[in-house]
Design a protein around this ligand. Structure first.
Ligand SMILES: *Cc1c(COP(=O)(O)O)cnc(C)c1O
Length: 357
C-alpha cells in the first residue's frame, strides 16, 4: 500500500486498529454471519455497540450524572440549528472566533435574538478574544473550542455565568475536559473520533424543555434522549467505527495520554515553523491550536508556496494545503496522526530549506 502521511482536516486519519476492526465487521459482525451494515439496529448485538460507545464516552471524558450522550445524524452544522431551537428563548451570546462560529451564530439569528459577545474578525480570526464580559442574562453562551480553519484554540474550560455550549468538533478527546462546566457539547465525529456521518452531543438534561416554541420531533433533543439515540435508524457504520476509535483512545491511556502526545507533536511542528526562515505561523502564539497547525511562506518567500506543496506531496504528505478560504498550509495533527508523520513533515521542511539556501 502507498505510504501517505495524512494531514487532512476532516475526514482525517483514523487509528489503524479501528480501520481493521471495521473491515472485519463489514465481513462478519460478531459472528452473526452478517455484515455490521446488514444487522438490525434492534438486535442485541447492535444494542451492545451502542451501550459500549456511550460507556466509552462517559468513561473517557468523565461525564458526570445528569448528562445524556447522543449520537445523531446531520453533521455538526445541523447542531448549529438544534442548539438554538432547543435553548434560545430570549437571548444568546456567541464567541465569534472563526468561520464555524460565524455559521453557528447565523443559524441562531434565524431562530431568535443572538449576537456576538466578542469577535476576532478584526484580525481575520487569528486569535481568541480575551477580556470580554459574558452577560448574565443570556440563555446560553456558545463557543467553538478549536478553530479548525485558522488554527486557534481555547485551551481551558472557562467559567461561565450562563449555560456554556461548545462546538468541540475538532478537539474533542484531544485533552481532558471538565464536562461539568458545560451545559452542552457537540461535534462531528470526523475530526477526532470517527468517520463522517455521526455527531456526538453531550447534554445536561436539566437545561432542556425551557423554550416555548414548537420543536419538530427530530429536532428535539428529548426525543433522542428518550429513544437512546435510536428514535430512528442511527448511522450504524459510523457509530461502529467511532466505538473502535474510542477503544483505541482508551488503550493509548485515555485523553490524558492523548493530550501529552498532542502537546508534544504540536510543539515539534511549531518549533520548526518558528525556527525555519522559510515559514511563519499565522495564529497568535498563545492561542495556537494543538490540532490544526496553520502556516504560510515567510515574507519574501511567498513565491515558493506551490513549489513547497509539490515537494511535500512528492515526499508523501497529504492534505497540507490550507483551507480554500485561507491559502498557505495547514497540517491537522489529530489524535490518530502518528508522531512519525509530524517528523516526516518537519524533515520535509528542513530539506526544502536546504534546497533554498
Ligand atoms: C468541521 C466542523 C464543523 C462542521 O461539521 P459538519 O459535520 O461537516 O457539519 C463544525 N464546527 C467545527 C469546529 C468544525 O471543525
Amino acid at each position: 500500500m502507498k505510504k501517505a502521511y495524512n494531514f487532512n482536516a476532516g475526514p482525517c486519519v483514523l487509528p489503524k486498529p479501528a480501520i481493521e476492526a471495521a473491515i472485519e465487521a463489514l465481513k462478519d459482525f460478531k459472528g452473526t454471519g452478517m455484515s455490521v451494515i446488514e444487522v438490525s439496529h434492534r438486535s442485541k448485538e447492535w444494542e451492545a455497540v451502542m451501550d459500549e460507545c456511550r460507556a466509552l464516552w462517559k468513561e473517557l471524558l468523565n461525564i458526570p450524572d445528569g448528562y445524556s450522550v447522543l449520537f445523531l445524524g446531520g453533521g455538526a452544522s445541523l447542531q448549529f440549528l438544534y442548539v438554538a431551537m432547543n435553548l434560545l428563548e430570549n437571548k444568546a451570546g456567541y464567541l465569534e472566533t472563526g468561520v464555524w462560529a460565524k455559521k453557528a451564530l447565523k443559524e441562531a439569528k434565524g431562530i431568535g435574538n443572538a449576537y456576538a459577545v466578542a469577535s476576532s474578525a478584526d484580525k481575520n480570526y487569528t486569535y481568541i478574544p480575551k477580556g470580554y464580559e459574558i452577560p448574565s442574562d443570556l440563555d446560553y453562551f456558545h463557543i467553538t473550542t478549536n478553530n479548525t480553519i485558522k488554527g486557534t484554540e481555547i485551551h481551558e474550560d472557562m467559567d461561565c455565568p450562563v449555560p456554556l455550549v461548545a462546538d468541540m468538533s475538532s478537539d474533542i478527546m484531544s485533552r481532558p475536559v471538565d464536562v461539568s462546566k458545560y451545559a452542552l457539547i457537540y461535534g462531528g465525529a470526523q475530526k477526532n473520533v470517527g468517520p463522517a456521518g455521526v455527531v456526538f452531543v453531550i447534554v445536561k438534561d436539566e437545561i432542556l424543555g425551557k423554550v416555548s416554541r414548537y420543536l419538530p420531533t427530530m429536532l428535539d433533543y428529548r426525543t433522542h434522549i428518550e429513544g437512546a439515540s435510536m428514535f430512528n435508524t442511527p448511522p450504524v457504520f459510523s457509530i461502529f467505527v467511532m466505538t473502535e476509535t474510542l477503544k483505541w483512545v482508551k488503550a493509548q491511556g485515555g485523553v490524558a495520554a492523548m493530550y501529552e502526545l498532542n502537546k508534544k507533536k504540536a510543539k515539534m511542528l511549531y518549533d520548526e515553523i518558528d525556527r525555519n526562515p522559510l515559514f511563519v505561523g499565522t495564529a497568535a502564539k498563545e492561542d495556537r491550536s494543538l490540532m490544526n497547525v496553520c502556516f504560510v511562506m515567510a515574507p519574501g518567500h511567498e513565491d515558493l508556496q506551490d513549489e513547497f506543496l509539490a515537494f511535500a506531496k512528492e515526499k508523501g504528505m497529504v492534505g497540507i494545503k490550507g483551507h480554500r478560504s485561507v491559502g498557505g498550509f495547514r497540517a491537522s495533527i489529530y489524535n490518530a496522526c502518528p508522531i512519525e508523520a509530524v517528523e516526516a513533515l518537519i524533515a520535509c521542511m528542513q530539506e526544502f530549506e536546504r534546497m533554498h539556501k
